[in-house]
Design a protein around this ligand. Sequence first.
Ligand code: MLT
Length: 411
Amino acid sequence: MAFLNENYLKLQAGYLFPEIGRRVRQFCEENPEAAKRLIRCGIGDVTEPLPRAAIDAMKAAVEELGDRATFRGYGPEQGYEFLREKIAQHDYRDRGIDVADDEIFVSDGSKCDCGYILDILGAQNRVAITDPVYPVYVDTNVMAGHTGTARANGGYEGIVYLPCTAENNFVPEPPQAHVDLVYLCFPNNPTGAVATREQLSGWVEYARAHDALLLFDAAYEAYISEAEIPHSIFEVPGAEECAVEFRSFSKTGGFTGVRCGFTVMRKQTLGKTEEGKKLPLHPLWHRRWSTKANSVSYPVQRGAEALYSTEGGAQVSRLVEHYMQNARILSEGARAGGLAVYGGRNAPYIWVKTPENLGSWQMFDRMLRELNVVVTPGSGFGSKGEGYFRISAFNSRENAEEVARRLATLS
Ligand code: MLT
């Protein structure tokens, strides 16, 4: 019998969203009438159809594969040049950030990349993670054996937690202590908070002073509405030496099911050996992709490329505007219900304080039973999320308006 990876046995309960799904299924089985009016604002999954530009490009690409003259087999493991060039040009060079095409690595999504990146990082790194946090950063470190055992509060030994609270506007200061690896996500999932240029500069300064690496998840950058908020960590000078950025087409082109994202791995970004020798991470990341993967399918990459066309860009903007209007409607509904509301201005997530000091799962149950609305309990994102819940704005307008009406009845 083969030995199993015992790190998996350290993981707490199920992954958050399957656990919510299980509870909702049980509720629906026991309450078939209420189930009919159930509205899901839990997982941040898009609801609106794909942009027409992406559909047409993917269809045309499939036709190409169906013709001997234009057929393609394996693509480049790091992604097709046509897509890497578009990304580097539109998302970075057009914004004054000098990213080269071969610093873009196309993947099946930023959730996946956040896990894959651990392939090239040492197990001895001291890891700092915000609390609350997107659970993928924590669980992938647990699986890789980078943490100790679980604590009673849901955290893990060995991880440095950075509390994100209403007092610090859900943006943590760099720690006093030394850490090697820091996960940052702005606009933030789950709190919807954004970091200012000064705050991000503080993190880059910390990383450079400590030879630390920032893993910057910018999956929601398209939702930033305030002009002065940075969209990329590479807007901060010096970040190219100490940061890796993850981005996704999931929440821009609605690709949660299509699957496509990318990592920006700069050639100047360094890691170190046990002996202290500093080496660039880029060749390791390149090697990782060459060995373990073949990027994503040709039609999907053509679909992603089409999001950068004039019409594709306009269609993406309309999708983002649709979800952000939902966020405004939901925020107003929650406020009308007497709730304290955060986020939702530069992000598609609304972070809400539970009333009457209810626990997060208690509020989850109340929302499910009384309003027939599925939300995400804040404690599922970390101990500092206790006493909060998250409402996702990824929904139809009709559903967002109905949820807002129901929220308003809470007062
Ligand atoms: C969420 O609900 O937090 C996100 O949908 C998760 C994800 O994008 O993987």
